[in-house]
Design a protein around this ligand. Structure first.
Ligand SMILES: [Cu+2]
Length: 500
C-alpha cells in the first residue's frame, strides 16, 4: 500500500514539475521506453554471478585468467543480447580473495576495442592500476599483480578504464565484483555462505531486438529504463525469514539510486566502500552513486511467510521517471529457518583521521565547461600534467566543489581510502562515516574529504564515476612522492600467452 501511494506521488510530482525536475542538460525527454513494457518486474528469478576459481595456486599467490569476449546472453526473458563480457558473462564472475594473499589476474582481450583493467578499491602499484592509456589492445593480454594489502576486508570491483572508451566498455558488460576477506571479518557472526549475497545494480536500455542501446546523450549520461541486478531485470529473490548480508554495488554508468524498503523499515548498513564501519547504522534510505558500495543487513524475520518486500529506488533529481525505475528487486519471504547470525554492536576499530593531521588543503571544482566538456579546475585529461603531488604518508584535505544544480559527480580517488569530513558544512550521512573511495558530490554540493597518501609512489588517476564524464574529460592525476613506477612500464603483450 505504501509503495503505491509513493509511486503515485512521484508520478504526480514528475508531471507537475516536468521541466523543473528534469535537468535540461540531461535531455531526458528524448528517451523512448524500449523494452520496459516487455519485462514484468519481479518475474525473473534472482541469481548471483559465478565465483571464479583460480587456474592454479601456490603458497603466496592465486592465478586467475579472464578472457574479454563477445557473447550472446539472455538478459530479457526469451531474447538474447550481445555483450562484451569478462569470460563472456554479464556481469563478470565474482572473485573472492583473502587479504594479503597475492592475486595474479591475466586479462586476455578477444574484443575488437582497447581495454584497460582497474581493480577499484585496491591499493595497486601504478603499472597494475588500469591507467587509462595503458591499453590492452585487441589480440593482447596483460597480467595484473595485486598484493591485496587493503587495510581491511572490503567489497571491490573490477571494471574497464580505457581512455574515452570506459563508458561503452562497462555498459556492454566489463564489470565484476571482487571481494577481499580476512580473518577478523570472518570471525564476526555476520550472515555467511548462502546468506552473503552480491547485489550489482546496473540500468540498461534495449532495442526491440534485445540489443543494447548505447546513447550517451551528447556526452552527458547513459541512462537505461531497465534496472538489472546481477544481470537480471528486476529479479525476484526467495528468502528465508532470517538475516541476509547484501554487498551492494552501483555499477551503472550514470544513474544513482536512493535505496529503501517498501515496508518503510530501516536498512542496516555495516560497511562502506572500503570495509566495515565501526558500528552498524540504521537508515531509512541510502543515496548510492556509481562506483559506491554499501554492505547491508536486511532482517526478514520481521515479516510473516508470504510477505513481499521490495527494494525500491526513491526519487532523485537524476532519475527520469519511467515506469519501474523506482523498483530494483523484490524479496519474497517463502520459508522459515533458524538464524544464528548476529550483527555485533562493534564491527571494528576504525580510525578517524583528525582534520588537524592535514598538511594542506586542495580545491577541485567539478563542472561543465562552456564547450560542453566536463572538467576539473577547468582542465581535461592530460597524461603529462600532474595536478597534485602529496608526499608519502602526508594527510591532505580535498575540497570537491560542484557549483551546478543540474548534475552530480561521484568523485573517485585511486590508490587510497579517505573519509568525508563534511558536505556543505554539515556532517556526512551517518551511513557514510567509514572508509570510502567514491564521494557523492551532489547538485550544489561541496564535499571535503581527508586521506593519507600511502603505500605506493607514482601517478594515479582521480575522476568522476559518471563514466561518460570520465571519458570526456573529468579525469586527472595526482603523483605521490617523487618518481615511482611509471604506470606505462608493464605494457600488454601480444597473444598467444605463455602458461599462467
Ligand atoms: Cu561527473
Amino acid at each position: 500500500m505504501k509503495r503505491i501511494s509513493r509511486r503515485e506521488a512521484m508520478k504526480i510530482a514528475a508531471l507537475a514539475g516536468g521541466t523543473l525536475l528534469l535537468p535540461v542538460g540531461l535531455q531526458y525527454r528524448g528517451y523512448a521506453q524500449r523494452a520496459n513494457g516487455t519485462v514484468e518486474p519481479f518475474t525473473v528469478p534472482f541469481r548471483t554471478p559465478p565465483v571464479l576459481n583460480p587456474t592454479r595456486s601456490d603458497s603466496t599467490t592465486d592465478y586467475y585468467q579472464i578472457t574479454m569476449r563477445k557473447a550472446r546472453v539472455e538478459i530479457l526473458p526469451g531474447q538474447t543480447t550481445e555483450i562484451w563480457g569478462y569470460n563472456g558473462i554479464f556481469p563478470g564472475p565474482v572473485i573472492r580473495q583473502r587479504r594479503n594473499r597475492v592475486s595474479t589476474l591475466r586479462f586476455i582481450n578477444n574484443l575488437d576495442v582497447n581495454t584497460s583493467l582497474h581493480l577499484h578499491g585496491m591499493t595497486s602499484s601504478p603499472q597494475y592500476d588500469g591507467y587509462a592509456e595503458d591499453f590492452i589492445p585487441p589480440g593482447y593480454y596483460k597480467d595484473y599483480v595485486y598484493s591485496n594489502n587493503t587495510s581491511a576486508a572490503a567489497n571491490l570491483w573490477y571494471h574497464d578504464h580505457a581512455l574515452a572508451q570506459s563508458s561503452q566498455n562497462v555498459y556492454r558488460g566489463l564489470a565484476g565484483m571482487y571481494i577481499v576477506q580476512d580473518d577478523e571479518e570472518l570471525a564476526l557472526p555476520l550472515p555467511k555462505g548462502n546468506y552473503d549475497i552480491p547485489v550489482i545494480i546496473q540500468d540498461r536500455q534495449f532495442a526491440p531486438d534485445g540489443s543494447l542501446i548505447f546513447d550517451n546523450r551528447n556526452q552527458t549520461s547513459v541512462m537505461g529504463d531497465v534496472i538489472t541486478v546481477n544481470g537480471v531485470p528486476w529479479p525476484r529473490m526467495q528468502v528465508a525469514n532470517r538475516k541476509y548480508r547484501f554487498r551492494v554495488l552501483n555499477a551503472s554508468i550514470s544513474r544513482s539510486y536512493r535505496l529503501a524498503l517498501s515496508t518503510g523499515d530501516q536498512l542496516t548498513v555495516i560497511g562502506t566502500d572500503s570495509g566495515l564501519m565501526s558500528a552498524p547504522v540504521n537508515t531509512p534510505d541510502i543515496r548510492l552513486a556509481m562506483g559506491e558500495r554499501y554492505d547491508l543487513i536486511i532482517d526478514f524475520s520481521r515479516y510473516a511467510i508470504g510477505t513481499r518486500v521490495e527494494l525500491q529506488n526513491l526519487f532523485l533529481p537524476n532519475n527520469a521517471f519511467f515506469d519501474n525505475i523506482d523498483r530494483i528487486m523484490c524479496f519474497d519471504v517463502v520459508r522459515s529457518e533458524t538464524d544464528d547470525s548476529v550483527v555485533p554492536n562493534t564491527l571494528r576499530n576504525l580510525e578517524f583521521i583528525p582534520e588537524a593531521a592535514a598538511v594542506r588543503t586542495r580545491d577541485f571544482v567539478v563542472q561543465q565547461r562552456n564547450d560542453g566538456v566536463w572538467v576539473i579546475n577547468g582542465n581535461g585529461w592530460d597524461r603529462n600534467r600532474v595536478d597534485a603531488n602529496p608526499q608519502l604518508e602526508e594527510v591532505e584535505i580535498w575540497t570537491l566543489r560542484n557549483t551546478a544544480n543540474v548534475s552530480f559527480h561521484p568523485m573517485h580517488l585511486h590508490l587510497i581510502d579517505a573519509q568525508i569530513l563534511d558536505r556543505n558544512g554539515q556532517p556526512p550521512f551517518p551511513y557514510e562515516r567509514g572508509w570510502k573511495d567514491v564521494f557523492y558530490v551532489g547538485e550544489n554540493e561541496t564535499v571535503r574529504v581527508i586521506g593519507r597518501f600511502r603505500s605506493y609512489s607514482g601517478k594515479f588517476m582521480y575522476h568522476c564515476h559518471n563514466m561518460v564524464h570520465e571519458d570526456r574529460d573529468m579525469m586527472s592525476q595526482f603523483q605521490v612522492g617523487r618518481g615511482g613506477i611509471d604506470p606505462m612500464s608493464a605494457p600488454a603483450r601480444p597473444l598467444p600467452a605463455p602458461p599462467l
